[in-house]
Each structure stands twice: as C-alpha cells, then as structure tokens.
Design a protein around this ligand. Sequence first.
Ligand SMILES: C[S@@+](CC[C@H](N)C(=O)[O-])C[C@H]1O[C@@H](n2cnc3c(N)ncnc32)[C@H](O)[C@@H]1O
Length: 284
Amino acid sequence: MTETTAPMAGVAMTAIGVAVIRARESARPDRLYDDPLASRFVEAARRFYTATPDGALRWERLEALADKFFEGRTVGVRLVDDRMNEAVEAGCRQIVVLGAGLDTRAFRLALPANLRFFEIDLPELFAFKEPVLAAANPTPRCIRAVIPADLRENWSEQLRARGFREQEPTYWVEEGVLGYLGGETALRVAATLTELSAPGSRFGAGRFRVDRSQEHYAELGRLVGGEHDHPDRVPGSFEQDAEQWLAAHGWRTSFRSWDELVAPLDRPVTNGDPDIGLIEAVRE
Ligand SMILES: C[S@@+](CC[C@H](N)C(=O)[O-])C[C@H]1O[C@@H](n2cnc3c(N)ncnc32)[C@H](O)[C@@H]1O
C-alpha cells in the first residue's frame, strides 16, 4: 500500500474532486470515457483523509461537492478528450496541460509515442500524484513530463528545461484552472503561452456564465479556503474577455455552443443558451 500525503486544503484538493467525478463516470455502463487510474487516486486520498475525524468530514464534503458538479464536469472531460484527439489527428505532437491535477490522458488516450506531454501543477499536487502513479505503474502512451510550478510565477523556463519546443505547434489544455487564478494572472498565463505558441498551436477557453453565488460554489470556496480567493482575483476575468483577447493577440478564434458540443453525448446537460460554449483558438 502506498503511504502518501494528499492535499487536504488549498486549490490542489479540487483535483481530487475531479478524480472522484472521473472514477464515477468510469464505473458507469454508459461511460463517456474510461479512466481506471482515477479510482486509484480516489482510494489513496480517501485512506489519507479518513485517517482523522476532521479529514473524514472533509472527505464527505468533497464527495458531496463532486456530486453537485458531476453532470456538467464529466461531460467536460469528454469534450477535452475529443479536442485533444482532434489536435493529434491534425498533427500536433506537443501538449501542455495547465493545472493538470490528476489528469491521466498521457496514459489513457491513444497518443503517438513521439508526442511530448507536459503537465503543469503545484508541487503539492505532484507530491500526491506521482507516488500513486508509481504504485500503479501504468505505461505512458507518449513522452510524459511533469512540471511542479506555480502558474502565478515564471513557469516557462522549467517547461523549456524539460524539453518543450516552442518552434513546434502546441495544444494547450485549460480545464478548470484559469478560473482559480484571477483575471490578471490568467491573462499573464495567456500572454506567456501565446509567446510560446508556434503557428498552428491550439488553445481553448470556455465562455460560461458561472454564478459564483450559488451554494455549491460557496461551499467549494469554504472547503478549499485561502488560495481560492487570491488577492488579484478581479472581476472581468479571462473567461469573460477571452475571445477578444485571443483575437487581439494573433489567435484565430471560433466558437461552438455547449449544446452543440454535448448533443451527441446523450446526457441531460443542455442549457438552451447559444452563447455558452467553447472558444477554440488557433495561432496564426
Ligand atoms: C479543478 S482542478 C482541475 C484539474 C484538472 N485540470 C482536471 O480537470 O482534472 C484545478 C487544478 O489547478 C491547479 N492549480 C490551481 N492554481 C494553480 C497554480 N497557481 N499553479 C499551478 N496549478 C494550479 C490545482 O492544483 C488543481 O490541480
């Protein structure tokens, strides 16, 4: 059995919530994807949390939140799988996942062996993730590298040092991290990745209307605490301004509504709003 620590507070713990969602999805007969490693992460985290009464309570709250976010979030995972496969089919051989959390696409998608796959997240996240992976010993489908770095600081040097090639097109994955950074910092991350993006690189950003006053968002803030309310979190975040910003910085953008994207998936997640969906950007 792996003796490991797991993030019990701070934004890194949100990654465990998404692993709970992916483990649940993977157990369904009508699953949208199969992520067998998700249950390994969940079991390791559960063992760690439930070792103390306070941790056990936090675990209950985390599972309850995963329930609340399940429907939309699990469909979102599949949408990123599909976009990643599209990028690879279009010839992309370099992927960077921002705030990768417990993402296991380097192991579970049919990626080419020569594809370079970089995962960036906080050091405390990898302190949990890597030992669990080492115990499960899965074989990556591609060349995987982890970058323990804070996206609020300088991360591009570490990325280059691990073999990132800025002359080659990259598919940048943003799946639930920029919203935690705050508007100014998210824009700085977007500016950095723009500098690192060769023509043909791809980036996607959601255009959502998130009502952060809803109870499950408030509970997420309480459970995660501290870092979630980072001081430079300002209204008018990247999520709202992404399309204009990308267009003004050398990206060709297109938009597909959420309802159009989820239509083939047969899940009750449509919202009837043609303005909510995914902005897809290709570097010119
Ligand atoms: C909601 S989770 C999503 C994880 C993953 N993308 C997924 O969909 O499963 C948000 C992730 O962003 C990471 N994160 C938040 N702030 C970060 C920062 N400043 N630098 C690096 N990673 C960060 C957290 O550690 C966490 O893993």
